[in-house]
Design a protein around this ligand. Structure first.
Ligand SMILES: Cc1cc2nc3c(=O)[nH]c(=O)nc-3n(C[C@H](O)[C@H](O)[C@H](O)COP(=O)(O)O)c2cc1C
Length: 306
C-alpha cells in the first residue's frame, strides 16, 4: 500500500484529501463525521466577523457536469466559529484549516486575530469576496495590490499560524495575483474558488433558476482550469498549494498534485459521489500509486513535464 501521508506547511495529513470550504463545513460534529468518511483534513466554511445572512433559495443547481451556487456565504460569525473549533479540538481527528472572509481589510485582520488564538492548524483567507471599500466593489482576489495588502495584514497578526490565500479563477493572470500574495508573505495557496458567475435559465418561465440570478460554478467542468491554475501558481511561486476545483476521482487528485498541489480540496464531489468520497478517492490514489511504483504520494507533487 502506497503511503498517502503528506506534510503541508508543517502539519501532517493522513492523506491529501481535505474538505473544501463551504461544503458540510459548519459544525464540529459535521467536521468529525467528514473525517470519519476518510478526509485527511477539514476546511471550515468561511467565517465572517459577525452574523452574515446568505441569499434566498433556490441557492444551488446541480447537473451532471457542473454545480452552480449562490449560497452567499451565510455564517453565524466568529464567536460561534470559535466554539465549534474548541469543540472539534477536544478530539481533533484530523488537521483543521479555518477559512475567514471579510468585506474590508480591517475585518480580515480582526477575525484572523481571534482565530490565531485558537488551536486551528492553518488560516485560509478567502479573498474572493467584493471589497466594499473599493470604488467598484471589485473582489480583493482580482487586484494584485489589494491581494498583497490583505495577505500582509493577516500575516502580521497570524503569529505562527501558516497563512494560505484562497484564490479566484476569475482573473486574466493568476500568476500576477499569486506573486503579489507571495510578496505580502503568503505561506501557501488554495486554488481555485468557484468560477463565474454563471447564469442558468428556466425555459418555461424564462427566468434565472437561482433566486440570486447568478452563481459560482464548481464541479467536474472546472477541473482543467483548476489544474492549469495550480500549475501556474506552483511554477510562479513554488509555494505549497491546496488544489481544489472539480476533483472527483483518485486520478483527478493525482493530476492536480502533479500540477503542483500538496493537498487536494473537494467540495462538489460530495454531491457526485457521496460523503465517503474522501475514502474512495484515497483508495483510488493508492491503487494507482501501487500500480505505478510510487511508494509515497508526495513524490508526485509538481512532477508534470511541461
Ligand atoms: C455550496 C458551496 C459553498 C461554498 N462556500 C465557500 C466558502 O464559504 N468559502 C470558500 O472559500 N469557498 C467556498 N466554496 C468554494 C469551494 O470551497 C471550492 O473552492 C469550489 O467549489 C471548487 O471546488 P469543487 O469543484 O470541489 O466544489 C463553496 C462552494 C460550494 C459549492
Amino acid at each position: 500500500m502506497a503511503n498517502l501521508k503528506v506534510n503541508y506547511l508543517g502539519t501532517d495529513f493522513e492523506n491529501p484529501t481535505v474538505l473544501a470550504s463551504g461544503v458540510l463545513g459548519v459544525t464540529a460534529s459535521t467536521w468529525k463525521s467528514v473525517v470519519k468518511s476518510g478526509a485527511g483534513g477539514i476546511t471550515t466554511k468561511s467565517v465572517w466577523l459577525n452574523e452574515h445572512k446568505g441569499h434566498p433559495n433556490p441557492t444551488i443547481i446541480t447537473t451532471e457536469h457542473w454545480m452552480m451556487n449562490a449560497v452567499g456565504l451565510p455564517d453565524a460569525g466568529v464567536e460561534k466559529a470559535k466554539q465549534e473549533i474548541e469543540d472539534y479540538m477536544k478530539e481533533k481527528p484530523a488537521p483543521l484549516i479555518v477559512s475567514i472572509v471579510g468585506g474590508k481589510k480591517d475585518e480580515f485582520v480582526e477575525i484572523a486575530q481571534q482565530i490565531a488564538k485558537t488551536d486551528a492548524d492553518i488560516l485560509e483567507v478567502n479573498i474572493s469576496c467584493p471589497n466594499v471599500e473599493d470604488e467598484f466593489g471589485r473582489p480583493f482576489a482580482c487586484i494584485p495590490d489589494q491581494s498583497k495588502e490583505i495577505t500582509a495584514a493577516v500575516k502580521k497578526i497570524a503569529g505562527d499560524k501558516p497563512v494560505v490565500i484562497k484564490l479566484s479563477p476569475n482573473v486574466t493572470d493568476i500568476k500576477e495575483i499569486a506573486n503579489a500574495c507571495a510578496e505580502g508573505g503568503a505561506d501557501g495557496f488554495c486554488a481555485i474558488n468557484t468560477l463565474g458567475p454563471g447564469l442558468a435559465i428556466n425555459l418555461e418561465t424564462r427566468m434565472p433558476i437561482l433566486a440570486n440570478k447568478v452563481g459560482g460554478i464548481s464541479g467536474p467542468a472546472i477541473k482543467p482550469l483548476a489544474v492549469k491554475m495550480v500549475s501556474d501558481i506552483y511554477q510562479a511561486t513554488k509555494l505549497p498549494i491546496i488544489g481544489t476545483g472539480g476533483i472527483t476521482t483518485g486520478e483527478d487528485a493525482l493530476e492536480i498534485m502533479m500540477a503542483g498541489a500538496t493537498l487536494v480540496g473537494m467540495g462538489s464531489s460530495v454531491f457526485y459521489r457521496g460523503a465517503d468520497v474522501f475514502r474512495k478517492v484515497s483508495q483510488e490514489m493508492s491503487d494507482w500509486c501501487d500500480k505505478n511504483g510510487v511508494a509515497n504520494v508526495e513524490e508526485i507533487i509538481g512532477t508534470v513535464k511541461l
